[in-house]
Design a protein. Structure first.
Length: 141
């Protein structure tokens, strides 16, 4: 699972730049400068993807190849991956908690797209579900 989507930047008639994502239409933002617009794009993308998961929908597949690639922050990507892996596992939150040696409340917080979780806890939960985090570093957009 890679959480990189391509953004389209267009000059805004009122000044600055408008940013949209063909694969994530809920993510729309703007900025006075190109750099500001791209920074806002990362946040808008993260919020939109968390909202998609919170509503119970599946995350959109990144298909667009035109535009600027925008990746969500690492902790957000890990959270999104965990929720996807959990849904695919068909186990209950109680089962996940038991496998992690945690309370059910802790497991629920790990699976809440809007609750911040430490990367180590997300990594442990992903391993429990047969997944692992692989880190990649690239030049910034």
């Amino acid at each position: 699972m890679e959480f990189t989507y391509h953004a389209t930047l267009k000059p805004d008639p009122d000044g600055g730049f408008l940013v949209t994502f063909a694969d994530v239409p809920q993510a729309i933002t703007a900025g006075e400068t190109r750099d500001e617009a791209l920074a806002q794009a990362r946040e808008a993308l993260s919020l939109a993807l968390r909202g998609v998961l919170a509503s119970g929908e599946a995350l959109p597949i990144s298909q667009a190849r035109d535009g600027v690639p925008i990746a969500v922050e690492a902790d957000v990507a890990a959270k999104l991956a965990l929720v996807q892996a959990f849904r695919a596992s068909a186990i209950s939150k109680t089962d996940l908690a038991r496998r992690l040696g945690k309370s059910e409340n802790e497991a629920r917080r790990l699976l809440d797209p809007d609750h911040p979780s430490k990367i180590g806890a997300l990594q442990d939960a992903l391993r429990t579900l047969g997944r692992e985090i692989v880190v990649s570093v690239r030049d910034a957009a």
